[in-house]
Every structure is written in C-alpha cells, then in structure tokens.
Ligand binder design. Structure first.
Ligand SMILES: Nc1nc2c(ncn2[C@@H]2O[C@H](COP(=O)(O)OP(=O)(O)O)[C@@H](O)[C@H]2O)c(=O)[nH]1
Ligand SMILES: [Mg+2]
Length: 365
C-alpha cells in the first residue's frame, strides 16, 4: 500500500492534491489541522493500493471494498460476504444443538418470543448460553447487559454539539426538534441553536427554520466551512445539527472532511434509524454513518413497526446505547427518552412509551 501525507492551507486544496496524485481510489487514513509558521495547515494521510492502476475494474472493486470500511481494509467486502455465508451455515448447524430444555419455561418462552420478533440467531445463542442451566436468571437482566441505554437528557448528554445522522426520511429533523424542545424545558436558560447542514433537502431546512422561529431558537444555515467556523465562535451553549441523509456510495466521515466540519471534541452524533429497515440495510447505515463521535441510536417510526428485534440486534452489534424512542409523526407527544423500562416494554408488549413532550405541545398550541 502506498501511503503519503499531503499538506495544504485547507482541506479542499489537500483533497484536490490527493485526487490529482493518487486518483479517485485514494483512501483517507487520517486528517489533522495544525499550524505552520502561524498559518493554519491541513494535513491528510492518504493511501492507495499499489495495484490500483492495474485495471480500472479491479480499481473500482477495490475502492468499493475500501469504502465499505472507511478505507482501512481492501478485500474486506469479499471476506465479509464469505463470513456472512459461513455464519449462516454455522448457525444452521449450531442452533438445533442449543437445547432449549436447559432453560426454564419462562426463559424459553421469552427467547422464542424474541426469535419471532426477528432477533438474529447469534443474539439468541448468546442469550441461551448465558441462561442455560440457571433458571433463576432473568432474560431482562441479560438483555440489559447486551443492549445499552443512555436517556437523552441534558444530564447524560452534556456535549455542546449534537448532530443527527441517518438515512433520508428516518426522522432526523423531527427528532432533533423534539429533543431541543425537551432540553429547553429541562434547562430554560440554556442557549440552544438549531443548525441545518442538510443542503440536499430544502424542505428539511424550511421545517427546521420554521420551528426554530416558532420556538425562538437561533437558526444557523451551514452552507460553507466559514458558516461552520463562525458557528463555533458564537455564544451558544449547545448546537443541534441536522445532517444530510447522503446518497448511495457517500460516507459521513468523508462528507465531514469535505465540508470541513470536524465533529470530534465536545460532540455527540446520534444515529436516527427505524426498525422498518432490514438488518442488512441497518448494518449498511451503521457503516455509512460511522464516525468517531457516533454515540447513540434514536429509534423512530416505532408506531409503524411490526417487529422490534432490530433494536436488540443493532444494540448488540454496535454497543451503541439507545437514547430516544419516537413513535408518531406529530411533533408533540411522540418521543420518549429511552430507559430500560420503556425499551423492554416496547419489545415484549408492543406498547408505545409515554411521551416527554409537553413543551412541544405548548409550542404547537
Ligand atoms: N409515523 C411516524 N412518522 C414519523 C416519525 N418520526 C418522523 N416521522 C415522519 O417521517 C417523515 C420524515 O421525517 P423527517 O424528520 O423530516 O426525516 P429526515 O429526512 O430524517 O429529517 C415526516 O413526515 C415525519 O413527520 C415517527 O416516529 N413515526
Ligand atoms: Mg430532515
């Protein structure tokens, strides 16, 4: 692999240099902003496979594979496909060996229920292994150990910047608005600004701007790197940022580099997803929106979901805590901060949580 560090006055210039020298298949390994003789200097380490020039077909395959992992492991896609296939075979052999008679009737009933909710075999096997021959163990305790929860309140989320990522239409803008209203109810004197970084969908920006005006939140449209730099110098205590959904093939980490938005310190990114999506799509979104500041999962459209196994599967695979649950299209009374009680009640009884939304109601009436 050919690895080289490029330097320049800003990210855009350096990315241009990288593309000119290494071509479109170059993979970004790290970025850093430093000072060179008092002037800002952007430093990006990029890499290219030595055989990338060999044939354009191979190069595009490799670039696809590299993008799959944020560019760290060429050949990953094929390995992943092989592993998925192997895993399916493995579980089809192992699963019947898991003797459910080693569970108490209650444990068994709960585990079979979760399987009907589309909890994946590896998660079911994990639960079976941890409970077998120990009838006193409660499945809820085991589930608490594999799916983390961190309620979306100011106490648990003190970061200055909160960005909302996820596919188009997942409910990012709606969740952002409801959480900003909740937070203001919790801390009436806190200066909270709403920022739009989604330039793909004018409707999303208008919605955010409209409710920012109604709710008297400062509104910032983040179009250029200068808008971003200016935002950081303004005296807001907290900023809620609406990120774009991103088209196929685009990844949030590269998008942030291109836009010169360093979402790193004092920042939390919340991934907004719905159980409507298949497990494969959900896993794809995890990769697409994977950034160092990714900190929580917000589940939306729960009112329209048929099964809730994805909440367990994705919590298990990512170890990201669930922070909020959304269960309605209206801005009022349709979002609850997550806790173990409302999460497991939802999974086991399909009962929607109680909303924390009285300030949204006041705003709308
Ligand atoms: N049924 C239902 N609809 C929702 C929920 N959250 C958002 N929506 C609706 O889904 C649509 C897309 O939401 P929006 O917040 O604009 O999604 P974004 O593109 O990710 O910002 C809007 O019509 C929302 O009213 C939810 O929890 N349940
Ligand atoms: Mg939106």
């Amino acid at each position: 692999m050919r690895v080289k560090t490029f330097r320049g006055p800003d990210t855009r210039t350096v990315l241009k240099q990288i593309r000119a020298e290494l071509g479109p298949d170059a993979v970004i390994l790290s970025t850093q902003t430093t000072k060179d003789g008092g002037k800002p200097c952007c430093e990006i380490m990029a890499a290219l496979e030595p055989t990338a020039e060999a044939s354009s077909d191979q190069a595009s395959l490799r670039s696809e594979a590299a993008r799959d992992t944020g560019g760290t492991y060429p050949g990953w896609r094929q390995m992943h496909q092989e592993w998925t296939c192997l895993k399916e075979h493995l579980f089809s052999v192992l699963k019947p060996q898991a003797d459910y008679n080693l569970l108490s009737p209650r444990q068994r009933q709960a585990l079979e229920y979760l399987e009907r909710e589309e909890v994946l075999p590896e998660v079911a096997m994990h639960l079976w292994r941890s409970m077998k021959n120990t009838p006193e163990k409660s499945i809820l305790e085991e589930l608490r150990g594999i799916v983390a929860v961190k309620p979306w309140t100011g106490r648990y989320w003190p970061e200055r910047l909160h960005a909302f990522a996820g596919p188009h239409g997942a409910g990012k803008t709606s969740s952002l608005l409801r959480l900003a209203l909740n937070l203001r109810r919790e801390y009436p004197n806190r200066r909270i600004a709403l920022a739009n970084a989604d330039q793909h969908h004018g409707k999303g920006r208008l919605l955010l701007q409209h409710y920012a005006e109604l709710g008297e939140f400062p509104f910032v449209d983040l179009r250029t790197p200068d808008d971003w730099r200016q935002l950081l110098h303004e005296p807001h205590d907290m900023v809620f940022i609406d990120l774009p959904g991103l088209p196929t093939g685009e990844y949030l980490d590269t998008w942030l580099i291109q836009k010169e938005i360093p979402l790193r310190s004092n920042c939390a990114v919340h991934l907004v997803l719905s159980p409507h999506y298949s497990t494969t799509s959900l896993q794809g979104f995890i990769k697409k929106f994977q950034v160092p500041a990714l900190s929580s999962l917000i589940w939306t459209k729960l009112d329209e979901a048929e099964t809730f196994g994805s909440l367990v599967n994705i919590g298990y695979f990512t170890r990201l805590p669930v922070s909020a649950l959304s269960f309605g299209a209206s801005l009022s009374s349709s979002l609850a901060v997550a806790d173990h009680q409302n999460l497991w009640k939802l999974v086991f009884t399909h009962r929607m949580p109680s909303a924390n939304g009285s300030s949204a109601e006041r705003l709308l009436h």
